[in-house]
Design a protein around this ligand. Structure first.
Ligand code: PEP
Length: 255
């Protein structure tokens, strides 16, 4: 596989952190540090920070994303936000199926598929998260789990629509734990996802799709992870809240 066929995407997942004022301040620190990056740089911020973040990043190379969306356009879904609403205010990306949504808020492969569909229909780019629990890795079924999650989420997604999907391989046991998959483990699963994309959509689509790694990536381990042939960037939690660390990861993705 040739990495030059696809630009890396480095996305920060701020999770439930930063008030609007704090978001503005953090973006103000990040903007000059990532200026001129070769890769796509995204900040996925809490819903209440979206407008401030969009304003703060106007005219810069940082794209703004949300961390979830509902699958219906509107209606009696108290507390939810639709993909249409996100698109209407100028959001570019949305994370779908993050393991925290799956484990803490009842998201599952079927709702992930519905959210993915809605996001694509609204014209958003999707960061689709897949990944195994530690028990599943220990049982030797990581590839099957990740293939199944990916396959279900992509059911009904056309080759054209696939261009608006980034897949983030995030082993659940590595998220927010400080435990990182080894570079070889990350590359192996990313390669398996790429193989699946090849089976479903053909070689050109497999070459083109961006597959990130996420799970305790930081300024110290990014170089090794991002130098793997099938790791095309990262989805970054904790380290995305530190401007300098995030910018180091962005620069490693450029390298
Ligand atoms: C994430 O939230 O997607 C993530 C990878 O978190 P962390 O980098 O903190 O493990």
């Amino acid at each position: 596989m040739n990495k030059n066929l696809r630009p890396a995407v480095v996305a920060g997942n701020w999770k439930m952190n930063k008030t609007p004022d704090e978001a503005k301040a953090l973006l103000g620190e990040i903007i000059p540090l990532v200026k001129g990056a070769d890769c796509e740089v995204v900040a996925c911020v809490p819903f209440v920070d979206l407008l401030v973040a969009l304003e703060a990043t106007k005219g810069t190379n940082i794209k703004i994303g949300a961390q979830n969306c509902h699958w219906e356009k509107s209606g009696a879904f108290t507390g939810e936000v639709s993909a249409e609403m996100l698109k209407a205010i100028g959001v570019d990306y949305v994370i779908i199926g993050h393991s925290e949504r799956r484990t803490l808020f009842g998201d599952n492969d079927l709702t992930v598929r519905k959210r993915t569909r809605a996001a694509l229909d609204a014209g958003l780019k999707v960061i689709l998260c897949v990944g195994e629990y530690l028990e599943q890795r220990e049982q030797g079924i990581t590839t099957e789990i990740v293939r199944l999650q990916t396959k279900i989420a992509l059911l009904g997604v056309s080759a054209e629509e696939l261009k608006n999907i980034v897949i983030a391989y995030e082993p659940v046991w590595a998220i927010g734990t400080g435990k990182t998959a080894t570079a070889a483990q990350a590359n192996e699963v990313n390669a398996a996802i790429r193989e699946l994309i090849g089976e479903l959509y053909g070689k050109a689509a497999a070459d083109a799709i961006v597959i990130q790694y996420g799970g305790s990536m930081n300024a110290a381990n990014a170089e090794e992870l991002l130098s793997q042939p099938d790791v095309d960037g990262g989805l970054i939690g904790g380290a995305s809240l530190k401007a300098k660390d995030f910018s180091v990861i962005v620069s490693e993705a450029n390298a």
